[in-house]
Design a binder for this molecule. Sequence first.
Ligand code: OGA
Ligand code: NI
Length: 333
Amino acid sequence: MEIKEDKDSRWFNVNYVPQEYIFSHEDRPQNLDIPVCDSFPVIDLGIPFQPIEAILKASQEFGFFQVINHGVPKKTMIDAMNVLKEFFNMPYKEAIGYVPHAKGWIYTNTDHTKDGVYLWRENLKHLCHPLDKCIQLWPDKPTRYQEVIATYIVEIQKLSLRILEMIGEGLGLEAGYFNNISEVQLLSSNFYPPCPDPSLTLGILAHQDPSFITLVYQGNSTGLQVLKDGQWINVGAISDAFVVNIGNQMEIISNGKLRSVDHRVVTSMHKTRSSIATFVNPSLDCVVEPAKVLVNEAEPSSYKAIQYKEYVRRNNAFGDYTSALQNVTILES
Ligand code: OGA
Ligand code: NI
């Protein structure tokens, strides 16, 4: 099939939602008229004593928080966002030209979910660990891609270890608990274009993350929603912040004290959303189980120990990406 390359022919330049993007009634966003949640936890990492209590409280009550004054240079964040926007702006044929391939990354603009319904997004995923080996497997267009994203990942590594250390301290784990078992393993970047009828579509279906924690940079965009006490709440846009959420593996380590919660992305009629999610995961060989100090007679372990590699395989945790994750094993061996 001949693919036209002019902008007007891109899949989202339509004035109705094509059938394959329409979700079942139960999956649709229902109420789109939700105000931004003004009690959503925003944590200032720039204050002299570390806000461990606030992080713990947010992780228990919301499973989510935003961090500001986090130390990642603004330029690093903007450069990363811009280079990803450029990637998604490349002519379709050029971007899709990269797949299928046996390397460590996947691009798609026909991302289908459990029922075969397409998400209203384009997505690029690739491995980030070990960084020096992975860089060579990343897109080389735009030409600055590898350099800019590597700089971003190094910053995310530093910030994520700081956050993990604070969570560890808050939980009463030994210092450095996460140092040798956590990796910024995966980058997943999304481009969610405007949609003619947001009541029918979703950018990402409700899900939980299979990570320790996930850091999302969303620039100035909205659309991310979190399930809190049975209601969807909107995460506001704070342009310099990272949105941080507790993943399944952290819930396990904490023996259920911290919560991995459902979240999703709704679409907008007029606004574009761009996001960069980085998954801070257990290393593939790590056996994940509730931390010993959190298990006792009164609070027995609520989760079975499982090697992370096996967890990913059993739960098909990253969808099509599971096979690409296996490339990490090849890289590491
Ligand atoms: C994810 C995710 C949110 C976003 O990739 O798991 O929840 O803002 N992303 O794109
Ligand atoms: Ni997620």
